[in-house]
Write a protein that binds this ligand. Structure first.
Ligand code: A2P
Length: 314
């Protein structure tokens, strides 16, 4: 399994199991199936509402001797309602308690968006602007979490080049990861280039197009990655599936990737994409599909009167 190297030598497996949208009652079994079949990287977040079930699955796996804590890479993310300095460490501790872990491998600021504490926003008054709660206020607490040993690495998610540049100038400890939407329709070459120049690793979410998102957040005319004819032709030629081509493309590009599945066969299939090695010609065909198309357009944060109409700065 290809791994991505951090400055201190730590290694993050390039393919992880995504758990966004994995339902309670299913996610624990998915984690067990994944780890039993060789996954060593699980991507979590408090807002996914399933960390307690994942924690129980991990505890069962450790107890049964299937895997040791130190063999796993566990990522989680700080939710938007806990950006203010008093709330960051309690939120991280709640995640650790739910996951039944003493430390995370990686803790990320989930979005450059702040809500009032404990609020699921319904109007502009429920948000806090980045002037009111600057990212550096939140980041300083992540740096403290690192010092306390609650996490081994810290990073961000959904950050633009602009926001990363700003954070790099102010941070004592530089962010090591930016987790963003990545796939052939949204290759983000500028962001990747900037990340490489600044020793930041990218992890790609929604690598398969996240077809299981809530209907309210989907557009009627969304293009399909899993059935795209160029991807399908390459899959046929290689005797693998379109999902495997999409995952292999990211691994070969040097980013981490976290396909979500709760189906045992597809969980195994997705890890086996390491056997699908794309030729330069195939990679070039996939690279030509870029169209800067976002499935997760972040418009759900844009409420009349708030400051979050352009989260991605584009
Ligand atoms: P399921 O969980 O039933 O396998 P993304 O990772 O981009 O968020 O996409 C997740 C969606 O893709 C889910 O609907 C998931 O369904 C589906 N999926 C995951 N792996 C595969 C695969 N190998 N082939 C087809 N669909 C897949």
């Amino acid at each position: 399994m290809k791994q991505l190297k951090f400055k201190n030598g730590d290694l993050m497996p390039a393919i992880g199991l995504g758990t966004w949208k994995s339902k309670p009652g299913e996610v624990g079994e998915a984690v067990k199936t994944a780890i039993a079949n060789g996954y060593r990287h699980i991507d979590c977040a408090a807002i996914y509402g399933n960390e307690a079930e994942i924690g129980q699955a991990l505890a069962d796996l450790f107890k049964a001797g299937v895997v040791k804590r130190e063999e796993l890479w566990i990522t989680s993310k700080l939710w938007n309602d806990s950006h203010q300095s008093d709330y960051v460490l309690p939120a991280l501790k709640k995640t650790l308690s739910d996951l039944q872990l003493d430390y995370l491998d990686l803790y990320l600021i989930h979005w450059p968006v702040a809500f009032k504490h404990g609020v699921q926003p319904s109007s502009a008054a429920d948000f806090l602007s980045l002037e009111e709660v600057p990212i550096i206020e939140t980041w300083t607490k992540l740096e403290e979490a690192l010092e306390l040993g609650l996490t081994k690495h810290i990073g961000v998610s959904n950050f633009s080049v602009l926001k990363l540049s700003d954070l790099l100038q102010k941070a004592k400890v530089k962010p090591e990861v930016n987790q963003v939407e990545l796939h052939p329709f949204l290759q983000q070459n500028d962001l990747l280039q900037f990340a490489r120049e600044n020793d930041i690793l990218l992890t790609g979410y929604s690598p398969l197009g996240s077809g299981d998102r809530a209907a309210a957040t989907k557009k009627a005319d969304e293009p399909s990655l899993l059935t795209h004819e160029v991807i399908a032709q390459i899959a046929e030629a290689k005797k693998c599936t379109t999902a495997q081509v999409l995952i292999a493309w990211q691994v070969q590009r040097g980013t981490a990737v976290i396909p979500k599945s709760t189906n045992a066969e597809r969980i195994v299939q997705n890890l086996e994409s390491v056997q699908c090695i794309l030729t330069d010609e195939e990679v070039a065909k996939i690279n030509a599909l870029d169209r800067h198309y976002r499935y997760v357009d972040a418009k759900f944060f844009a409420v009349p009167g708030n400051t979050y109409g352009n989260v991605y700065d584009e």
